[in-house]
Design a protein around this ligand. Structure first.
Ligand SMILES: NC(=O)c1ccc[n+]([C@@H]2O[C@H](COP(=O)([O-])OP(=O)(O)OC[C@H]3O[C@@H](n4cnc5c(N)ncnc54)[C@H](O)[C@@H]3O)[C@@H](O)[C@H]2O)c1
Length: 363
């Protein structure tokens, strides 16, 4: 008999459909419940998948018995819901951004340590075949040593995008393109290049009706001494997501928007260097929720740990934290500085009064 993973979804808005469809497409899950504070939202998604609606995660946990709960609510509610699910001994899949601060991340990690459940995070761009190959080849040195990188999230979000109450606010969305959008490419960059050491950053609000930035830029130095330039924008009509890594062996580049295929990756060997990239090509898996959630279901049913754990995303949250800390203080920030007690450990706005923050984000 095929083993079946019992899954549930909390937050039945836009992205929840991708979760329900990705789980269903594995043929090895059953959706045991859908919870949303808005009853019609829960009902609609539950109806589409022959599942049961609930008014809250609390009701869902009391009545259904999921192995895994996907949390697809706005980011401001992720930590609290994750802690409740972990207290019930169940595993959690958090949409990005997993939490709004390092303090929240550590609180969820503490709840995980005393739970039978585990915490995983959606970073689907780690899971396409291009990134899987790039990570393996870079880690093994087959593509040479990384020296210079560029990481660009040039996206466009018009003013009406910020109409929902939770968007544009520290409390609901948690931050601008640094946290909510660029985090996908930032996470992939760090996944490929390893630990970073220092960040110098700028963040400005040029146009959108938000409490934080609509553009940010950072200069980064890695532990390996590689350097990177990172830009995150919501003001860029011709949209692009790009990572380029120049190594001693060549230039590796991926150009895409919201997901890549193998054809979006290109490796240009340095003169006289071998091309380990082309010869490593295998099955073409696009980066998507289907790719990551399919692998997650396989891992959990096989009793393996899925590799995109909460712990594995800490460097990404540290990076985002440091970018805000540097932009808002005008100082260079070291990863080693981001310990409890650091003003930006508790909150990405550093606990700074909103009037002062508005001045800080003025160009
Ligand atoms: N990985 C990706 O590519 C990707 C893409 C889009 C969105 N996201 C992430 O998914 C999350 C949700 O985004 P969205 O665009 O689907 O939002 P949305 O506003 O469309 O949907 C959120 C839903 O959650 C419900 N909700 C709010 N608080 C709740 C609570 N405490 N308990 C139960 N339900 C609650 C709302 O009623 C709403 O139905 C965010 O973290 C976002 O960043 C990820």
């Amino acid at each position: 008999m095929t083993a079946i993973l019992k899954v549930a979804v909390v937050g039945a808005g836009g992205i929840s459909r991708r979760h329900a469809e990705a789980f269903a497409s594995t043929g090895r899950t059953t959706l045991v419940g859908v919870a949303d504070l808005v009853a019609e939202n829960a009902q609609a998604l539950a109806d589409q998948h022959g599942s049961k609606p609930f008014k809250s995660v609390t009701e869902l946990l009391a009545a259904a018995d999921p192995d895994l709960v996907a949390v697809t609510t706005p980011p401001g509610s992720h930590a609290e819901i994750a802690i409740e699910v972990l207290a019930a001994g169940k595993s959690v899949l958090l949409e990005k951004p997993p939490v709004l601060s390092l303090a929240e991340l550590d609180a969820v990690a503490e709840a995980e340590a005393s739970s039978g459940g585990s915490v995983y995070v959606v970073f689907q761009h780690r899971h396409g075949s291009g990134a899987v190959r790039a990570a393996e080849l870079l880690a093994g040195g087959a593509l040479g040593a990384p020296q210079v990188a560029v990481c660009e999230t040039l996206w466009f979000r018009p003013r009406p995008y910020f109409d929902p109450e939770w968007r544009g606010t520290w409390v609901g969305e948690g931050g601008g393109p640094t946290l909510g959008h660029g985090i996908h490419q930032i996470d992939l960059l760090l996944h490929l290049l390893g630990p970073w050491r220092t960040i110098n950053a700028t963040a400005v609000r040029l146009d959108r009706p938000v409490e934080f930035e609509d553009v940010s830029m950072a200069s980064v130095i890695f532990e390996s001494n590689a350097v990177a330039s990172v830009i995150n924008s919501l003001l860029s009509p011709q949209e692009l997501s790009r990572i380029r890594i120049d190594t001693t062996g060549g230039s590796l580049e991926v150009n895409h928007l919201y997901g890549y295929k193998d054809a979006d990756w290109k490796f240009t060997p340095a003169p006289d260097a071998a091309d380990a990239w082309t010869s490593s090509a295998g099955e073409d898996v696009a980066s998507s929720h289907e790719a990551q959630l399919g692998r997650l279901v396989d891992d959990l049913l096989a009793g393996r740990t899925h590799d995109t754990t909460l712990a594995s995303t800490r460097p990404t949250m540290e990076f985002v934290t440091a970018l805000y800390a540097s932009a808002l203080t005008g100082q260079s920030v070291r990863r080693a500085d981001l310990v409890p007690g650091h003003p930006f450990y508790q909150a990405l706005n550093g606990g700074i009064d909103q009037t002062k923050l508005s001045e800080s984000f003025a160009p």
